[in-house]
Design a protein. Structure first.
Lengths: 113, 114
């Protein structure tokens, strides 16, 4: 079946550091890919998405590119802030009409001032 | 507020009891989803509704789990004869329709089975 693998962390960085959170997936067909974020005490929110190969999703300074050849959707940000501390989830929605999301286990990101 | 709401926010029950969890989607959202978030398994898809129909029940872990949706709005997830392994946060999400539409998540119901 479909699956998503991401580094679990915690990942601890200093403010203004460069961030990469790796995400790879296994899926049949042509899935859509997502990054969701869960800030402390809040619900899951969509951060960005990409629906086809080579698409780049971006939001709030974060970017991820849908790489079909490496089945990856790594999340990057050039300069992180303390307010980016959260849990980040990579997810896919299968192609072919199925609609439930398959999530990775989440990466806990801690940004220190 | 206009977001997805869930009740109760916390539920503690004894093993063997039945529980009902409720989800109120965003008004006008025709698709509704249930997920479970637990320490061991992460976030798992359970079931989704398009209107009142459930095209995909593949994620329901056992026949003790069932869900319904009435009037294309409120949904209830029922767990019968709860077990300790059912302890988790149950999340509901809704979207304008199936397909690529963004899923908006509620705050979840934390279920603890003693």
């Amino acid at each position: 079946g479909d699956s998503v693998t991401q580094m679990e962390g915690p990942v601890t960085l200093s403010e203004e550091a460069f961030l990469t959170i790796n995400c790879t997936y296994t899926a049949t067909g042509y899935p859509s890919l997502f990054w969701y974020v869960q800030y402390p005490g809040e619900g899951l929110q969509l951060l960005l998405k990409a629906t086809k190969a080579d698409d780049k999703g971006s939001n709030k300074g974060f970017e991820a590119t849908y790489r079909k050849e490496t089945t990856s959707f790594h999340l990057e940000k050039g300069s992180v802030q303390v307010s980016d501390s959260a849990v980040y989830f990579c997810a896919l929605r299968p192609g072919g009409g199925a609609d439930g999301l398959t999530f990775g286990k989440g990466t806990h990101l801690i940004i220190q001032p | 507020g206009a977001g997805v709401s869930q009740s109760p926010s916390n539920k503690v029950t004894e093993k063997g009891k039945d529980v009902e969890l409720r989800c109120d989607p965003i008004s006008g959202h025709t698709a509704l989803y249930w997920y479970r978030q637990s320490l061991g398994q992460g976030l798992e898809f359970l079931i989704y509704f398009q209107g009142n129909s459930a095209p995909d029940k593949s994620g329901l872990p056992s026949d003790r789990f069932s869900a319904e949706r009435t009037g294309g709005s409120v949904s209830t997830l029922t767990i019968q004869r709860t077990q300790q392994e059912d302890s988790a946060v149950y999340l509901c999400a809704s979207s304008l329709g199936v397909g690529g539409n963004e899923q908006f998540f509620g705050p979840g119901t934390r279920l603890t089975v003693l």
